[in-house]
Design a protein around this ligand. Sequence first.
Ligand SMILES: [Zn+2]
Length: 209
Amino acid sequence: MRSAKPHSGYQFDLSGGALCLDFANTVSHRHLPQRRAEHLDSYADLVAFAEQSKLLLPKLAASLRARSARNGAEAQSSFRKSIVLREGLYRAFSAIAAGKHARPEDVQQINDFALAALKHRKLTRTNGDYRWEWQSSKGDLLDRILWPIAESAADLLTSKERAAIRECGAPDCEWLFLDQSRNGSRRWCDMKSCGNRQKARRHYQRTHE
Ligand SMILES: [Zn+2]
C-alpha cells in the first residue's frame, strides 16, 4: 500500500492557522515539477497528518491504520478523495488570497464534501456537556479524516476570517495561511523557513548589485 518513499517520520507544518489550510499545505512547491514534494503518498500519511493535527486520538488512529492495511482498495479510494479535496481547497483559497472569487465548481466541491461530512455529525451528551461528535460505521471509517477538514473549509469560507487568507510571499512556496497578526503584516507561511530565506535572498541581491 505504501509507496517506495515512506514519510513515516515527516512532521507536517501546521502553521496555516486553520485545519483546511494546513491540509492544503501538505505538498511543497506545488507548481514546480522539479522541486515538488508530496507529503501525502498513501493513506498512512493521511493518518499521520490527522494524528499530528489532533483530529484523531491514538486509539482511533490505530484502528484506521489496521483497517486500511486490511482493505487496500477502500484505503486507496479514501486517499484519492483526500487529494481531490486538497487540490480543490488550494484552488479555492489561493484564489481568495489573491483577492479573486473561488471558482463555482471549487465552492461546489467544498459544499459536497462538507454535506457528506455533516451526515456524520451527532449531538451527544458526555459528563453533563453537549457536543458534536463524528459518528462513523465500519464502511465509512476511513473517510472520517476528511470530515473535519471539509467542515473547516466550509467554516472558513463562510467566516470573516476569509479576508485574512494569504499565500506565502516566497515566489516558490504557495503555502496558505491565515494572517492573524494584529496589523495584518504576516507575509510568510513560516518565518523560520520562507521568511529567513527571502530575507537572505534580498540581502544577497542588495549586496551584489
Ligand atoms: Zn512559504
